[in-house]
Design a protein around this ligand. Structure first.
Ligand code: NAI
Length: 345
């Protein structure tokens, strides 16, 4: 099988080279992202492998199909960047549903601790031999209430970590997990109550039409003054303009963002020599109580190895059976795991 691998970074190539040796595949690594202009690089390939900021819209899908590609292997969990409806009947789409929920949940906690204990400020000060403690006062996490939106794989690990810190958890999920709530320290509530009572809010739900801007001006108005917002999920869950206004008005106490709505042209690249055109991001980054990391929550060795292994297995399974257990299929208006051999007639 010939695979065109887009947006290849050295760390991706290291993990995929280690794993792919055991498979009868040829992988061509392109450092460019997939989009309308670069889709033709996949001519003559059976599969393309993409990450979160590649463009997989209708035009790209048509182009890939024309070039002979039949499989789209996402080396990520989220698929909000793929026009699934348009892909149906053209490309088999498979993803990596879980690689390391610990990587993302632990990064969320790392951001939270950095923020509330001002580690990002203290680190810079002590490198300059400035050992003053002025303005570094933080707050205990113990006894605080954390609102967790999305209690899937990552949300549940994050809740476990928060419980280790002695925090109370208010959870919200469209499909609550059985056996998670204990009626005392972990309770499922409606969003209104979560917004009103949480000291910290962490987002762990997917980006869908329903969750787009789930944190907007109205939501922030319903939050406690001083709320700390964590987003390690998808940028467009948060209305960045509303967040900036919330930071300026002091309604929001701090924000930790691993993802950003308009990240696709910026994140994963070194833009240090360029003028940042995005005024909202520039203003957010300039705030002392905002921490931005560039979609790195997944980036642990364990997660990279697991992504490479699952992606190669997905493709092997597809080649052997015409379908993979991690295939996503647009059927009857829903996106479901495929499992059916007859999807494509
Ligand atoms: P998951 O599928 O295990 O859990 C998602 C949860 O969100 C489910 O319990 C689901 O019922 C819930 N949900 C769906 N619609 C909802 C709605 N309208 N309102 C509230 N909850 C809703 O997914 P997992 O593995 O926990 O990942 C969560 C998200 O984390 C992914 O969708 C992805 O966007 C993000 N992610 C970010 C990474 C990073 O590097 N920053 C890496 C991996 C994932």
């Amino acid at each position: 099988m010939k695979i065109a691998f887009y947006d290849a970074k050295p760390y991706d190539m290291d993990s995929f080279r280690r794993v792919s040796d055991a498979y009868p595949v040829t992988i061509k690594y392109y450092d460019t992202k997939l989009n309308e202009d670069t889709a033709e690089l996949a001519r003559g390939f059976d599969a393309v492998c993409v990450f979160v900021n590649d463009t997989v819209n209708a035009a790209v899908i048509d182009k890939l199909y024309e070039e002979g590609v039949r499989v789209l292997a996402l080396r990520c969990a989220g698929f909000n960047h793929v026009d699934m409806k348009h892909a149906y009947g053209k490309l088999h789409v498979m993803h990596v549903p879980a690689y390391s929920p610990y990587a993302v949940a632990e990064h969320a906690m790392a951001l939270l601790l950095t923020s509330v204990r001002r580690i990002h400020k203290a680190y810079i000060r002590s490198r300059d031999f400035n050992f003053s403690l002025q303005n570094l006062t933080g707050f205990d996490l113990h006894g605080k209430t954390v609102g967790v939106i999305g209690t899937g794989r990552i949300g549940r690990v994050f809740i476990e970590i928060c419980r280790g810190f002695g925090m109370k958890v208010l959870a919200y999920d469209k499909f609550p997990a059985e056996g998670l709530a204990d009626g005392e320290n972990i309770r499922y509530v409606e969003l209104d109550e979560l917004f009103a009572k949480s000291d910290i809010i962490s987002l762990h739900c997917p980006l869908t039409d329903e969750t787009y801007h789930i944190i907007d001006e109205d939501a922030l108005n319903r939050c406690k003054t001083g709320v700390v917002l964590l987003n390690t999920s998808r940028g467009a869950l948060v209305d960045a303009e509303a967040l900036l206004a919330g930071i300026k008005s002091r309604k929001v106490g701090a924000a930790c963002l691993d993802v950003y709505e308009e990240e696709s042209d910026l994140f994963f690249e070194d833009n240090s020599g360029h003028i940042l055109e995005d005024d909202t991001l520039a203003r957010l980054i300039s705030m002392p109580n905002v921490i931005v990391t560039s979609h790195q929550a997944f980036l642990t060795q364990e997660a990279l190895d697991s992504i490479a292994e699952t992606t190669m297995e997905n493709l092997r399974e597809w080649e052997a059976r015409g379908v993979s257990k991690n295939e996503l299929c647009y059927r009857n208006g829903n996106i479901e795991p495929a499992g059916c051999e007859s999807c494509f007639g």
